[in-house]
Design a protein around this ligand. Sequence first.
Ligand code: ARG
Length: 469
Amino acid sequence: MKDKDPQKIWGGRFAARTSSLVEEFTQSLDYDRFLALHDLEGSRAHALMLADTGIISPEELQRILSGLDQIQGELEQNEFNWDPGLEDVHMNIEKRLTDLIGEPGQKLHTGRSRNDQVALDFRLYVAGALERWQSELKELISILLNQAEAHRKTLLPGYTHLQPAQPVCLAQHLLAYVQMFKRDYERIEQAMPRTRVSPLGAAALAGTTYCLQPEQTAGHLGFEEVFKNSMDAVSDRDFVLEGLFVASMIMMHLSRLGEEIILWSNPGFGFIILPDAYSTGSSIMPQKKNPDVAELVRGKAGGVYGRLMALLTTMKALPLTYNRDMQEDKEPFIEACKSVSSCLRVMTGMMGEMEFNKDKMMQALKKGFLNATELADYLVFKGTPFRQAHHLTGRLVAYAEEKGLGLEELDLTVFQDFSRLIDRDVYGVLDYQQAVNRRSTPGGTGPDSVLGQIKDLRLWLDKKNGGSV
Ligand code: ARG
C-alpha cells in the first residue's frame, strides 16, 4: 500500500492526509527554529554515544557528523530550507540529514524520541540565555559601581513612603541596586546546575531497550548531570519556569530603577539630567524630554511576569509525561529573553551616561528638613528625654518652615528660645554631610561603610570576570 502522506516521518499508520489547518495549527517552527543549533549539538552527542556503544558503525557516525556540519553551515548562511509541513525543528533537520546522507541519517533517531530531544534542546537554549544574562548583569553592575564611586560625597534625601526621610549619599542608593543585581546573578548560578541536566536516553518516556549510555551522551555535551527518572526527564519544565522567574526578578529590579529615573527626571525632583541619547521628545510639546526608555523597561516587566504565569498555568494540570501543551513553552521564554537582554543593555547604557544634579539634591535636603532627626538626637544627647526632644524639634521645624528657612539657617538665639540646651555646636550636627558621616554602622550610608561596600563588590566582580583574586 502506498503512503497517502509520504512526507510525514510518522506517516506509516495514516491513511489520509493531515488537514492543512492542522498542519498550520500544530507546527512549532515559529519558535523552535531558534533551537536548531542546539538540536545539532544534541544529535552529535547522541550519535557519538551510538557509535561508542556499537549501535552505529564508525563510518555511519562520520557520515552523520559531516551531514550535521553541512546543515549547520546552511543554517548559519540562512540557506536552510524550512518546511512547515514537517512540523518542527527536529523533523526538518532529520529530513534534511536523510536527504543528504541517506540511510545513516535514518539511524540517528535510534533510542531517541522527540520528547527527550526537545527537552535537551531547550535546556541548552535556556542555559545559553542564563549565561548571557549573567554577563549583561555584570556590565550593569560595573557601570553602577563606577557611578557609586564617583558619587560617594553626593547627598540626596533618602525616602520612606516616598516622603523625604534622612540624608544618604547617592553611592549608597546606587549600591542598593547593585545588591539586587548581584542576587539575580547568584540566582542564575544556582539555577544553572538544575538546567544543565541531560535528558537524552529517556526516549519517549520509559527509557529504551537499546544499550544506550546516557552518561556518555551527557559527557559529549559537557553536562555534569544526567536524568534520574525517564518520565520526569521528558515532562520536566521546571528549568524554563525557573528561568522565567529569574527573568521576572531581574525585570522587577530594573523596573524599580526605571521608576526612580522617571521620578528623578521630573522637574519636581530634578535630580538627574537624562542623557539625550536615552530620551525622546514630544511631537507637539517642544519643551519635553521624556524618560521613555525607563518607562518601557517598567512596562516590559509586566509582559515578562505574564509569561511566567502563562507557563505555570500551562503546566499545572498536565499528567505525566509529555503532552503537546508543552510545545507552548518556547514562545514565553524566547520572548521574555528578548525583553530581559534588551532592558539590561539599555539600562546599562543609560546609567553610564546619567548625570546627577547635586544642587537640586541639596535643595531637596533643605526643603525636606532632613536634618530634623539629627536635632532631636542632639537634644537627647544633651539630656532632653526623647519624646520632649521629638516635640521640640517638631516645633522648630514648623517655625523654620513658616520663615522659609532650613533648620541650619536659624539663628542661635532662635534655637535658644526653644531650648537653653542648644549651643553653637548644633550647626555641626545639622550639617548634612555630618549626618551622613555619623551613620557609620555596618552597611549604613557612612563613608567607611560605602567605601567597604564598593571594595567588596569590585572584588566579587573581578572574581566573576575570571580575575585572580
Ligand atoms: N514540537 C514539539 C515540542 O516543542 C516537539 C516534541 C514533539 N513530541 C511529540 N511527541 N509530538 O514540544
